[in-house]
Design a protein around this ligand. Structure first.
Ligand SMILES: Cc1cc2nc3c(=O)[nH]c(=O)nc-3n(C[C@H](O)[C@H](O)[C@H](O)COP(=O)(O)OP(=O)(O)OC[C@H]3O[C@@H](n4cnc5c(N)ncnc54)[C@H](O)[C@@H]3O)c2cc1C
Length: 355
């Protein structure tokens, strides 16, 4: 049988794509291949924080679209572990105009001093200077990424036309008269009319090595540290615009997640080579000292992997190297969870024959 689409990779991007295909066309046959277990790539390490923020207008629009799609999904799957997370954004005067453009319009500037005196500001010990402005945002969310994927996959598995095959690696793709012939690590072959490549940081691996080269993407280490302090009941996330860092309270886990921008490039997607090292910790703590000095001594361990980045900071969704019906998604730039529904939608629009 020739399936309508083969989706390669079962991280958040691939799973959102499968969900969208079957929503658009419940009669479509979907073969979903994953070389390990679903959600065991970058998605597993994600803080899954999704504020309405974008590095440029196009990414902000993707974040807004994704937020809408996640909300609709949550209505049909109330047990989806996605939690509302209102946020503060702190920017210095010099950066305010720049950041205002990156936030959606529901983000407002705080006019009074009340929020500056909130429990969060006191708990973190942020040293407010006269140049700082506080913005507040009522929308945003965070999720527990692996649980989130498990709920989505359980729903997909109910569908008679969906087949997820795990611990099967795609090893070759060739054009075939009705589309593509793909071969998996167990030697089996499958025929698919369309192929969607959502393989996250494995883009340099065979057989994709020639698919992504012109796309100008690189891998960067991404880390989220744990702050072993219990968040208050009304704790919000705080995004420090000047440092490109955030603090996210995870009440279920009784701790905060702290993300800062690591500049360690050209990593490999291999957990054994990506533990937090001394340099990462000291750089992260130096930033933390400025934004939340009271948290420095409680910062230990966390989550560390890598993600794909583009030069232009916008993810890439484009037709790929073989034939006309193969599309690849890459360059998620440490924001793949926040942008996955919009990226999946863009990818499906690229196929010559839609769904
Ligand atoms: C520490 C950390 C914190 C982060 N925090 C956030 C955050 O707060 N918010 C946010 O939006 N984003 C965050 N991110 C980024 C986000 O996790 C990624 O952008 C997102 O998970 C990418 O999803 P993906 O589906 O593209 O890739 P992946 O989750 O890596 O999925 C790709 C899958 O493809 C499979 N695969 C690869 N090659 C093959 C093959 N040949 N055959 C079959 N399967 C294959 C892999 O096994 C993998 O499961 C964070 C990332 C890290 C590392």
């Amino acid at each position: 049988m020739t399936v309508d689409i083969a989706i390669i990779g079962a991280g958040i991007v691939g799973v959102m794509a499968a969900q969208k295909v079957l929503k658009k066309n419940p009669n479509a046959n979907v073969l979903h291949l994953e070389q390990a277990l679903s959600g065991s790539g970058a998605t597993r390490f994600s803080a899954a924080f999704a504020p309405l923020f974008g590095r440029n207008e196009s990414v902000l629009n993707m974040a807004i679209k994704s937020r809408h799609d996640y909300e609709v999904l949550k209505q049909t799957l109330p047990n989806l572990p996605m939690h509302e997370m209102p946020s503060y954004f702190i920017a210095s005067e010099a950066n305010l105009a720049k950041y205002n453009k990156k936030l959606d319009q529901s983000c407002t500037q705080i006019g009074s001093d009340v929020d500056w005196q909130s429990d969060i500001m006191q708990a973190t010990g942020f040293n407010r200077g006269p140049e700082h402005t506080l913005l507040t945002h009522s929308v945003g969310s965070y999720s527990l990424p692996v649980d989130f994927l498990n709920v989505l996959i359980a729903q997909l598995n109910q569908h008679p036309n969906y087949a997820l095959r795990q611990c099967l690696q795609l090893t070759s793709i060739e054009e075939h008269h009705e589309g593509y012939q793909i071969t998996t690590s167990d030697g089996n072959t499958y025929q698919a009319k369309r192929v969607l490549i959502a393989i996250g940081p494995w883009f340099r691996d065979s057989p994709f090595v020639h698919a992504f080269d012109p796309m100008d993407i690189r891998l960067k280490k991404v880390m989220a540290f744990h702050i072993h302090k219990k968040p208050m009941n009304d704790a919000r996330a705080v995004f420090y615009c000047d440092h490109d860092a955030f603090l996210l309270p995870i009440k279920q886990a009784g701790m905060w997640v702290y993300s800062y921008t690591c500049e360690q490039w050209d990593s490999k997607p291999d957990c054994n080579t990506l533990p937090i090292n001394e340099k990462n910790l000291s750089t992260a703590k130096a930033v933390l000292q400025q934004i939340a000095p009271n948290f420095v001594s409680a910062c230990a361990g966390g989550s560390s992997f890598c993600d794909t980045y583009t030069n232009c900071t916008t993810p890439i969704v484009q037709k790929s190297f073989v034939g006309d019906n193969m599309v690849a998604i890459t360059g998620t730039g440490g924001s793949g969870f926040r942008l996955a529904p919009a990226l999946a939608e863009l990818a499906l629009e690229k196929f010559s024959e839609g769904f």
